[in-house]
Design a protein around this ligand. Structure first.
Ligand code: EPZ
Length: 464
C-alpha cells in the first residue's frame, strides 16, 4: 500500500528531489519479445485538469485512479501554494479547496507546468480574481493561451497580460462571471476545459461552439456534473453550461489513459509480441486501433475493457495526419513514427496540430531510421533493423518513441531526458520490465556506454 502523503502548504519537495530524479537515464537492450498483461493507469490529461477543477468545489473531493506522475506532484505543489489541502494515498487524491488563501499562483512553479494554467478558470469563477503566469512555450510549440483569454473576456473578465503574468478579475459587485456564447477558432482542449470550468459558476448560460471533443474533456465534464454542475453536450462540438451558485463535494474516478494504452499497443507491435492491456475504454482508442490494423497489427477485445494484441510478422507502411478528436491524436504521432521506421515501404506523417512536434525524427535517425522532415511533414522509409545508440528525449511523447524504438533496436540504447518521460508516464520502465523488456534506469555515472554529447538546442525545456 503506498504511503500516505500529506502535501504540505509549502508544497512537495521539488520534483528533482523526488524519487524520480532526472539525473538518470534508461538503458535498453533491444530485440526481446514481451509477454503478459499490463495495467493501464489513469489518464494524465484528465488528472491534471480535474485537479484544477476541484478548485471549483466548496467542499472536499476524492479523486480515484490518479496516475503517479511528476506533473501530478507538481500541480499538487501549485494548488497547495494557493491554500488547497491535498492528501495523496497511492492513486487516491483528496482535495479540499474550501479555503483558497491566495489568487496568485507561484511563478517558478507555473512556468514549469503548462497544465497549471487550467487553474485560471476555476480561480476566476470562485474568487473573481486570478494572477496566473503565462505557461509559455515548450518543446512542441508556442502553446498560446489567446483562446482561453478571449473566452474569459467574453464572460466578463478583465484580463491584462504584463511581465509574463495574466492578471484577471471580474469587475462589479458580485464578481461573478456571466454566461456567454463563445466560438473557438480551433477546438483547443485546454481552452474548452478552462471555459467549461469557468462557466459552471457563472451567472446564466454559456455555449461553447467548436469545442474540443477529446475523452478527457468529457471526463472533466462528468467530474463537474458529479459536483452538481449543469453541463450538456460534452464530447460534441457544442457544449452548453448553465451556471449554479456553488458546487458540492464528490468522489470521482478518472478514465484510463488512452495514450498510455496506445503506447503499450505499439510496444507489442514493434517487438512482435502478444500482450493484454486493461483497463481500457475501447472507443477512446478507435483511431489508434484502426491505424494499427492498417499497419498489420490485429487487436481483439479479450474481455470487457481488456485488449489483446496479436503479433504481426510484417508491418505495412501507412500515412498519418494528426487531428483534433475524433481524428488521429497528436500525442500518438511520435510513438507511431517509431513503429513506422520498421514498416515495409514509405510512410508519411503530417503533424497538423502542433508546429514543432517532429523533433524525435532526428533522434530516431540516430538509431538507424530513415526519416526526412520538411516543415510539419515527416517522410519515413522503412528499414529492416534499428541499431542501439545514445539518444535524447526532447519532450514527453518523443521520449516514449525512443523507448519503443530501443525495445526493437539491435544492441544497447541509452535514453536521456527522463524528466519528460516521468512527467507523463506512470512507471513506464518498470511496467515494461515486468513484461520482459531488458530495460533499466541507471544513474549516468553507471552506464557502460558514454552518452553522446547533445547539441545545445536539443536540450528541450518544459513538458506540456
Ligand atoms: C492538451 O494540450 C494536452 N495537454 C496535450 O497533451 C495534447 O497534445 C493537446 O491537448 C491536443 O490534444 C493536456 O491536456 C494537459 P490545445 P493543450 O489547446 O490544451 C492551439 C501530452 O503529450 N491553441 O488543444 O495545450 C495550440 O497552439 C500533451 O500529453 C491556440 O492557438 O492543446 C495548438 O496548435 C501534449 N490558442 C492547438 O491549438 C489557444 O489559446 C491545440 O492545442 C490554445 C491552443
Amino acid at each position: 500500500m503506498e504511503g500516505r502523503l500529506i502535501i504540505p502548504s509549502s508544497g512537495l519537495p521539488d520534483a528533482k528531489s523526488s524519487p524520480i530524479a532526472d539525473s538518470s537515464v534508461l538503458q535498453i537492450w533491444g530485440g526481446h519479445r514481451l509477454q503478459g498483461h499490463v495495467k493501464i493507469s489513469g489518464a494524465k490529461n484528465s488528472a491534471l485538469v480535474i485537479m484544477a477543477g476541484a478548485l471549483l468545489c466548496s467542499g472536499e473531493c476524492r479523486i480515484r485512479n490518479v496516475p503517479l506522475l511528476a506533473d501530478v506532484t507538481r500541480l499538487g505543489q501549485i494548488l497547495s501554494a494557493l491554500g488547497v489541502r491535498l492528501t495523496q494515498t497511492g492513486e487516491i487524491l483528496d482535495i479540499d479547496a474550501r479555503e483558497i488563501k491566495t489568487s496568485k499562483a507561484p511563478y517558478e512553479l507555473v512556468t514549469q507546468l503548462r497544465a497549471s494554467f487550467f487553474a485560471i478558470g476555476p480561480m476566476l469563477a470562485r474568487l473573481g480574481v486570478a494572477q496566473m503566469p503565462l505557461p509559455g512555450g515548450c518543446a512542441i510549440g508556442a502553446r498560446p493561451v489567446d483562446l482561453h483569454v478571449r473566452g474569459l473576456q467574453a464572460m466578463g473578465a478583465e484580463v491584462q497580460i504584463e511581465h509574463g503574468i495574466c492578471n484577471a478579475y471580474v469587475p462589479g459587485n458580485n464578481r461573478r462571471l456571466k454566461g456567454a456564447k463563445i466560438y473557438l477558432d480551433t477546438p483547443s482542449v485546454g481552452a474548452t476545459e478552462t471555459l467549461m470550468m469557468a462557466a459552471t459558476l457563472a451567472d446564466g448560460e454559456t455555449i461553447i461552439e467548436n469545442a474540443a471533443r477529446e475523452p478527457e474533456v468529457v471526463d472533466l465534464a462528468n467530474f463537474c456534473i458529479a459536483m452538481g454542475a449543469k453541463i450538456e453536450g460534452a464530447g460534441t462540438s457544442t457544449i452548453t453550461i448553465v451556471g449554479v451558485p456553488q458546487l458540492h463535494s464528490t468522489e470521482y474516478s478518472i478514465i484510463p489513459d488512452r495514450i498510455e494504452a496506445g503506447t503499450f499497443l505499439i510496444a507489442a507491435a514493434i517487438t512482435r509480441s502478444e500482450l493484454t492491456l486493461s483497463p481500457v475504454v475501447p472507443e477512446h482508442l478507435t483511431p489508434i486501433i484502426a491505424k494499427l490494423q492498417e499497419i498489420g497489427v490485429d487487436i481483439i477485445e479479450e474481455a470487457p475493457n481488456c485488449l489483446r494484441t496479436l503479433s504481426a510478422e510484417t508491418l505495412r507502411a501507412a500515412d498519418i495526419e494528426t487531428l483534433p478528436h475524433p481524428g488521429f491524436p497528436t500525442d500518438m504521432q511520435a510513438p507511431f513514427m517509431a513503429l513506422l521506421t520498421l514498416a515495409e515501404g514509405d510512410s508519411l506523417i503530417n503533424e497538423s496540430v502542433f508546429e514543432n512536434r517532429l523533433r524525435h525524427a532526428s533522434e530516431l535517425n540516430r538509431l538507424g531510421a530513415d526519416i526526412r522532415v520538411k516543415g510539419n511533414v515527416a517522410f519515413i522509409r522503412g528499414v529492416p533493423i534499428l541499431s542501439g545508440a545514445p539518444v535524447l528525449g526532447t519532450d514527453l511523447r518523443a521520449s516514449a518513441a525512443l523507448v519503443l524504438a530501443g525495445l526493437a533496436a539491435d544492441g544497447t540504447t541509452i535514453i536521456q531526458g527522463l524528466q519528460h518521460l516521468d512527467r507523463g508516464y506512470d512507471r513506464l520502465d518498470s511496467k515494461l520490465q515486468q513484461l520482459g523488456a531488458r530495460i533499466q534506469r541507471v544513474s549516468v555515472a553507471k552506464t557502460n556506454t558514454e552518452v553522446a554529447p547533445q547539441n545545445a538546442d536539443s536540450q528541450a525545456s518544459i513538458s506540456m
